[in-house]
Design a protein around this ligand. Structure first.
Ligand SMILES: [Zn+2]
Length: 498
């Protein structure tokens, strides 16, 4: 029994002007063939696949195709998409026939000229293996699931959590669904429901009992316990995609009975639609948020700069929060991450202890931020290299390149050469700080950061500031999305009405 596995994972943000290229994937680390089995066996979805498949009594031969991952950023170039497709499809074609294909995809990747990258990848895989070979794919909860994806795969298995703390486990669930199809003879029937709605990510916390997402997550997990349900998923898509098929999706895969899949899918979708307003978050204007943080002298205040979240594909060099932080004195460091490769080079050129006057921020994204001139001391130079676990990852190696800590009064700007998880405690630790003992920590993440800070922070605020990943996205200009679409448009009639 031969099972091909692979991964293509990148979340695109069509407001970020920086294109995603082959170089971004190569820098993150392309892994091919048997190296996937040796290097990724305890990492993310691929680790879940590999450990599950190795535990099958049938001991299938696992064929590694390619692991292709890049940090969230702007849409990919068309050459990059062609290259990615070749990296997955060529090794698959060389090893045909296989008994099954198990893929880890993100589901919200967009390339120039291709608004549904994962749908096209799944269609190509289906064409390569033919109609009878099981194809199972896992997806991020922020996927923009499409009819093409649902039609091309036998089953789509989605993360259940945001913060994404079930990445590895979703790999295991994907392998379990494949086993039921391939070994136990299940006949997957997929029901797919697209809702004309898009919700902010900030309040969609599946781990917070006060959030609508908590109830929906428990419902999905209960559905997957039913003997005739193979997989149940809800994808409240990430909103920063100006594409024709944008919308929230519900996917239910049942064994043998389409009517069962359809019934569960419609019931779930009806609840999501009915409760859509509960997703609207409470935002604090940046000036007020920083003032309130300053009034609290005790404990850690975490400010989510969600509009510039590098986990949402924003460029990571907004200076709106930094500008406010610099107006105050802080009892302990105020930690602000930023992506600025030129500033890192300048700091390295001057050396530790030197004084540096430089424009900061508003370079990678010039539309929502303007450079501000800062005079700072070069306090530290470091490699932003660490292993990420927690939200988004299990044992995922991260390398954001050469980095510098600039000190401006009590504010510490942590500047990296490349984008990455600018929220992770491991990142602040790599820069030499204890993130939990700071006065203020700026997390460039809309929701997932809560997994790391909920138990440590005296207060968490989501800041309202401009950026490429805004929470109030419906106030920004979109040209290609389907209309009507809530909350751009009020929709009186239920989209699920017969
Ligand atoms: Zn996500």
């Amino acid at each position: 029994m031969q099972i091909a596995i692979g991964q293509l994972s990148q979340e695109s943000n069509t407001f970020n002007p920086l294109p995603t290229t082959r170089e971004n994937f190569e820098q993150f680390g392309v892994v091919r063939g048997a190296d996937i089995l040796s290097q990724m066996a305890d990492t993310n979805e691929l680790g879940g696949f590999i450990q599950s498949l190795r535990a099958w009594p049938e001991r299938p031969e696992i064929i590694g195709l390619a692991r292709l991952m890049a940090w969230p950023s702007g849409m990919a170039t068309s050459e990059t998409f062609d290259w990615l497709r070749g990296e997955l499809l060529e090794p698959l074609r060389r090893r045909l026939p296989v008994d099954a294909v198990l893929l880890s995809l993100h589901g919200a990747m967009v390339a120039d000229g291709a608004s549904d990258v994962e749908g096209e990848i799944l269609r190509s895989v289906r064409e390569a293996v033919g109609p009878r070979v099981p194809v199972v794919a896992t997806l991020d909860l922020h996927a923009n699931v499409t009819a093409l994806m649902a039609a091309s795969a036998d089953a789509l298995v989605l993360f259940h959590t945001a913060p994404h703390i079930d990445v590895f486990e979703t790999g295991q669930r994907g392998a379990r669904v494949l086993r039921r199809i391939l070994v136990e003879g299940a006949k997957p029937q997929t029901a797919f429901c697209k809702l004309p709605m898009v919700v902010p990510a900030e309040a969609a916390n599946t781990q917070d009992p006060a959030s609508v997402s908590y109830d929906l997550r428990r419902r999905l997990q209960a559905l997957e316990q039913l003997p005739d349900v193979l997989a149940a998923g809800l994808a409240p898509v990430q909103p920063w995609l100006d594409i024709p098929e944008l919308g929230t999706s519900v996917v239910v895969v049942a064994d043998g009975r389409r009517d069962i899949a359809e019934t569960h899918c419609r019931e779930l979708a009806a609840e999501v639609w009915r409760r859509r307003r509960e997703y609207l978050p409470e935002l604090v204007p940046v000036e007020a948020a920083v003032r309130r943080a300053h009034e609290r002298s005790e404990g850690l205040v975490v400010l989510s700069d969600s509009a510039d979240a590098t986990t949402s594909g924003a460029p990571g060099d907004s200076n709106w929060v930094l500008r406010e932080l610099l107006k105050y004195a802080w009892p302990r460091p105020a930690l602000v991450p930023m992506v600025a490769p030129d500033v890192v080079s300048a700091a390295e050129g001057l050396g530790i202890g030197a004084e540096l006057t430089t424009p900061l921020g508003g370079v990678r994204d010039r539309e929502f931020s303007r450079p501000m001139e800062v005079t700072a001391k070069v306090e530290r130079l470091f490699d932003a290299k660490f292993i990420l676990s927690g939200h988004l990852a299990k044992n995922l190696p991260i390398d954001m390149g050469r980095s510098a800590v600039l000190a401006v009064g009590d504010v510490r700007v942590l500047i990296t050469s490349r984008s990455g998880p600018h929220f992770a405690p491991q990142f602040f630790q790599a820069a030499g700080f204890d993130p939990y003992s700071a006065s203020v920590l700026v997390a460039k993440s809309p929701c997932g950061f809560r997994a790391a800070y909920q138990d440590h922070a005296s207060e968490i605020m989501v800041v309202r500031a401009p950026g490429c990943a805004p929470s109030d996205f419906w106030n920004y200009e979109y040209r290609r999305i389907p209309r009507p679409l809530w909350p751009w448009d009020e929709i009186a009639r239920s989209p699920l009405a017969p």
